[in-house]
Write a protein that binds this ligand. Structure first.
Ligand SMILES: [Zn+2]
Length: 251
């Protein structure tokens, strides 16, 4: 298994579904951006295959320069691997206050891990590893990581405390959308306490106003160009008071 190069300085290093970067079938897509002197990750996978994730990172040549892992939200397929990555590499874990509250305590209720495990979404023996959060981020928090500039965008709806990360690299702008907006303008609405369709609609409208090239969601297909079409499709649907197609129903 090796990382999948998406652009000069962008890699997919973890994924449950992408055959080129297979880590654990339970993982979200994990993206790596190389800023030259420093590098960052967006999301961490479940932690079920952190050894494979680290091997993929090593394959990019960035392991020794990894400084930040930015977590989109608390769900285990995105945040469960943070503890193992931090322990192995010393990377700074950055997350919203809501995500930090779940991660710091390994809270399986706030993170919905208990419900997801009961539903068969995770293996019966899976546990959500507690992880210190080094930096609490919010809307418009920015980072400079080597040559990269990153801005967090608050994006509640799928769950509370969800952040999307806009990464500017070599004149290009990639939006890592986690579980907010997917390819084709699809969304992820689930019957969990902090999934909020009204907030989701406002999130879709705000994200559609951003000037971005690439759409890098947490699952499914990616778009290296033309991200606006996908973001606008979701916003337009919500504006018509029609919930966009749901990624969960398909898979
Ligand atoms: Zn999620």
């Amino acid at each position: 298994m090796s990382a999948r190069r998406l652009a000069e300085s962008v890699w997919m290093v973890g994924s449950g579904t992408d055959p080129a970067a297979l880590t654990s079938p339970y993982d979200c897509h994990v993206y790596l951006f190389d800023g030259g002197t420093e590098a960052l990750l967006v999301d961490a996978g479940t932690g079920l295959a952190t050894d494979r994730l680290l091997a993929a990172i090593a394959g990019t040549g960035c392991r020794g320069r990894l400084t930040h892992v930015l977590i989109t939200h608390s769900h285990a397929d995105h945040a469960g691997g943070a503890a193992g990555l931090r322990e192995a590499t010393g990377v700074r874990v950055c997350a919203s206050a809501e995500t930090a509250a779940a991660l710091r305590d390994g809270d399986e209720h706030r993170s919905q891990v208990a419900a997801a495990r009961a539903a068969g979404i995770y293996p019966a023996g899976y546990r959500y590893p507690a992880c210190p959060v080094d930096e609490v981020a919010g809307d418009r928090t920015t980072w400079t990581v080597g040559s990269l500039t990153v801005t967090a965008h608050a994006s509640p709806g799928h769950c509370d405390g969800h952040l999307c990360f806009l990464v500017e690299h070599a004149g290009r702008r990639a939006l890592c959308t986690g579980d907010a907006i997917f390819h084709g303008g699809r969304v992820s609405i689930q019957p969990i306490p902090d999934c909020r369709p009204y907030a989701y609609a406002r999130t879709a409208e705000r994200l559609a106003e951003l000037d971005v090239d690439a759409l890098l969601p947490g699952h499914g297909d990616i778009a290296l160009d033309g991200a606006a079409a996908h973001l606008t499709a979701a916003a337009d649907s919500f504006r018509r008071l029609v919930t966009p197609p749901n990624i969960v129903a398909e898979g």
